[in-house]
Design a protein around this ligand. Structure first.
Ligand SMILES: [Zn+2]
Length: 71
């Protein structure tokens, strides 16, 4: 694992705008995330591998280290 990989990402809910910093898993992509304010279930946008790539401030760890992700 590249030590420059950032593991914290601030997710922004597209429904209510609520922001929450989450620690990303390094070994798996997270496809679903429940907003803690409005409880909508966030899913990745088309072309993105996980919720962090779609709604976070930082792409997920596999993207950062390898430029691609698990399918
Ligand atoms: Zn929300």
């Amino acid at each position: 694992m590249n030590r420059n990989v950032v593991l914290e990402s601030e997710l922004t809910c597209p429904s209510c705008g609520y922001k929450k910093t989450e620690v990303m898993p390094t070994d798996a992509c997270q496809w679903f995330y429940e907003c803690q304010q409005c409880h909508s279930i966030l899913k990745p946008q088309i072309g993105d591998c996980c919720v962090f790539c779609s709604y976070g401030t930082v792409p997920c760890p596999p993207i950062q280290s390898e430029g691609s992700c698990c399918s």
